[in-house]
Design a protein around this ligand. Structure first.
Ligand SMILES: Cc1ncc(COP(=O)(O)O)c(C=O)c1O
Length: 440
């Protein structure tokens, strides 16, 4: 995960003295690895529904948050956590029903073959556990990812996250393939390129004496530039990898829990059958809960000879939050709303292309959208500086989005699932105004 939309020291001069002091204190205490969003970092002190409020009480429309997907401080989740916190919070080494009720409810959203769940606290841990399972099950080590993937921060998973930055040197057992960039590769080629790249990566691993273990893909290819690709494009590539004995790990940390609209899980757009699915971010609407859902054959193979205990993973408060999240998604019909509002937003943003030459491509699935900016539509020259300006202009005008992709030129729009058409209109208007300002 590069820091495309990041605050830099040169931006500090424009900040108030109080803000500068806070940033200095942060750096003194936390060191340089933490990065801030926006040229003028946001100091949010309160959240409610789709809004964040800063220190001065100014509100911001949050179109960049798939953690508190249901809305900031959703009362049903807060209440569920409060109730459980008052009663008991232990871990998975005691008998309890809450974790089982939640597990049943969660597994009910997958097809029957994905029938085991294990809990972690973060998406990184979930991917780490999935990788360990795949390696143990296959006896291999090799992993295939996309060129600008991000899968998390543990040692093994950072090695599968080239977008962390140039210091992230990929180890010998990793092969990268092209992301499904329909805009640059052509929508009609995405499926065959994906399959051919996977085939070549497997052959290359074998030629180097590396036994392949897994393919690991983010279902919306978010860090690669938000690339939903045409529905079904993954089918051929995944099938051939599985036929070669590799396990398919579907990283649903970004697209999961209804965000892509059509389905509860992003991979379901593609008619594929993951061996392991990894979950995180929106799972507890802000409470750190994550996990894996997998085929019993794979999960049991791992657990038979190895115990697993994650102190906070699957604790009763986190499970109460997770259960409440699933209830809200269902009761508030959020998956359908993600589809409807997402389509409305996609159409509205696509219409802006008539007025703004900078827009090269508008794409998305449900409430996960990318707007690729280019300085020239024919050559598709990336407009990274302009993307940065748009993001910061919008932040100044009270709408939060970010930018992504290896070329740093894709507006990354990931509104809360609680968005209505009214919020979508505000967002479209804000993109429109920012583009007009940047094009001036
Ligand atoms: C696709 C993907 N996988 C995994 C992760 C890691 O999740 P976490 O930050 O909870 O460890 C992220 C986080 O941004 C992600 O985007």
């Amino acid at each position: 995960m590069s820091m495309i939309n990041g605050f830099t020291a040169e931006d500090a001069a424009r900040l108030s003295e109080a803000e500068q002091r806070l940033i200095e204190r942060r750096e003194r205490l936390l060191g340089p690895a933490y990065r801030l969003f926006y040229e003028r970092p946001l100091h949010a002190v309160r959240g409610e529904g789709v809004w964040l409020f800063d220190l001065q009480g100014r509100r911001y429309l949050d179109a960049y948050n798939n953690v508190v997907s249901l809305g900031h401080c959703h009362p049903h989740v807060v209440e569920a956590m409060y109730r459980q916190s008052k009663q008991l919070n232990t871990h998975t080494r005691y008998l309890q029903e809450g974790i089982l009720d939640y597990a049943e409810q969660l597994l009910g959203t997958f097809d029957g073959e994905l029938n085991r769940v294990m809990f972690t606290c973060t998406g990184s841990e979930a991917n780490d556990l999935a990788l360990r399972m795949a390696r143990q099950y296959t006896g291999g080590t090799g992993v295939i990812i996309t060129q600008f993937a991000y899968h998390g921060v543990t040692g093994d998973i950072a090695e599968l996250s080239p977008s962390l930055g140039p210091a992230m040197v990929l180890p010998e057992h990793v092969r990268t393939i092209r992301a499904p960039d329909a805009y640059r590769l052509g929508a009609e080629n995405v499926s065959s390129v994906f399959a051919a790249d996977i085939r070549a990566a497997i052959a290359d691993m074998k030629a180097h004496g590396i036994r392949p273990a897994a393919i690991l893909f983010d279902g919306i290819f978010s860090s690669d530039g938000v690339l939903p690709g045409p529905a079904g494009f993954m089918e051929e590539g995944i099938a051939l990898a599985q036929a070669e004995g590799l396990l398919y790990i579907a990283d649903e940390v970004q697209p999961g829990f209804g965000r892509t609209g059509e389905c509860m899980w992003g991979f379901m757009r593609h008619n594929v059958k993951p061996d392991i699915v990894t979950l995180g971010k929106p799972m507890g609407n802000g409470q750190p809960i994550a996990g894996i859902v997998g085929r019993s054959e794979v999960v049991d193979h791992f657990g038979r000879n190895m115990r697993y205990f994650n102190t906070f993973g699957g604790n009763p408060v986190s499970c109460a939050a997770g259960k409440a999240v699933l209830e809200v998604i269902q009761e508030e019909n959020l998956q359908q709303r993600a589809q409807d509002t997402g389509r409305y937003l996609l159409e509205g943003l696509a219409r802006l292309a008539d007025r703004h030459e900078l827009i090269g491509d508008v794409r998305g699935a449900g409430l996960f959208l990318g707007v690729e900016l280019v300085t020239d539509r024919a050559s598709k020259q990336p407009a990274a500086a302009q993307a940065r300006k748009v993001v910061n202009h919008m932040r100044e005008n009270g709408v939060l989005i970010s930018a992504a992709g290896p070329l740093e030129n894709v507006l990354k729009i990931r509104p809360l699932l609680a968005f209505t058409q009214e919020h979508a209109d505000l967002l479209i208007e804000s993109v429109d105004t920012a583009l007009s300002e940047v094009e001036r």
